[in-house]
Write a protein that binds this ligand. Sequence first.
Ligand SMILES: [Fe+2]
Ligand SMILES: [Fe+2]
Ligand SMILES: [Fe+2]
Ligand SMILES: [Fe+2]
Length: 408
Amino acid sequence: MAFNPLKEKGIPIDKQVKNWDELSVEPYDKNEVHPYTRTRIILMNGIETEAVIFGHQFARHTDDYSLKQKLAQNRRIEQQQQKIVNWLTPADESTLEVTLGYEQVAVDLTAWLAKTEPDPNVKNALDFALFEDFDHLYRYSNLMGTINGADPAKIVGELTEIFPGRPTVLEHRHPFDSIRNHYNKDKADILTKLHVLTIVAGEQQTMNYYMNVGNRTDTFLGRSLYQEIAQVEEEHVSHYESLADPRETWFECLLMHEYLECYLYYGFLLEEPDERIKNVWQHNLDCEIEHLHLAAELLQQYEGRDAESLLPARFPTLTKFESNKDYVREILASQIQLTADGNMYKPVSELPSSSRYFEYQRMVNVEGSAPSQRVIEEHIDRHGQDYRLETEGPHPLEEYRVRETVSV
Ligand SMILES: [Fe+2]
Ligand SMILES: [Fe+2]
Ligand SMILES: [Fe+2]
Ligand SMILES: [Fe+2]
């Protein structure tokens, strides 16, 4: 645990460029892959994508030629890392199978972050959105059942349960209600900063993935379901990004991005059972250590600040993927009825019928219906009941136990 990437030696930046052969990685075998190896790949693809996009945004906001060159050099490596990580996913794993992996990331990553998060405001935000992604996993699993696709239980490896969370149809809120209060950059725990950046990158990756692949599904219902859930993912990005202190400078943010990459690769390296993929995490960690040193140099050069003044001497609690069935069941009951009203969470029943939540609901859910409801109806029509994976007993809430009709 006493690992401090600022004190480690990385690979020199000009030695990090890969040739085509090195970029052509062998994808994993979808029948053999550990579900959490898949989720680590999905998350690190999102982290590397965020590193690339952040690097572009930074460059568009500076008029310093040599700084733009340094950012371009770093970004070239980030995008090569992104290619290697994302190309580990095999072509014979369908868009929908990968989608289940995305929602498993959203469930088990969010639950872990919530369990270990020191800031109550950030923990509440994580718990709140957790049960929305949990419900997405249920809706997509039912879609799989309507097209005679793969077995959802096999994809999630029975490490994550699948049953209704906060119904997706109720997750569509007025955009004003997606904005939270942010942490204070001078007081926040390092773990809070890492958690927020991790979940923003993860949700952004999911948003981007659905934006692009949602139209690749060959049933009308499937296309509609992706459209609907993609919009909730955009809400999630708004929700989580608003938790970060916007007063953090560009150089501070660059340092935090590189520190996060070091932190996640280091943690995942310790968890990874697949030796070949473990080597990818190790190599990328060695690259990130150098990126961190370069970010620290820029912070010193442009702002006269030491990286040590912003980063701890050792990594805080590491992020890991593990089964969170107990945590999910334990707090589901307190979360399922909630919605957001400005920066507050409230039970839907406390809102007047004239509230903007209900106004927005009436605009998008014509006659109260949505593709996320229709996919369950379709599954019931075909199989007599919905698809669920309840390994620890029936649904924790009585009103969600009926499987022959759609419950909201
Ligand atoms: Fe990277
Ligand atoms: Fe989701
Ligand atoms: Fe999400
Ligand atoms: Fe990096």
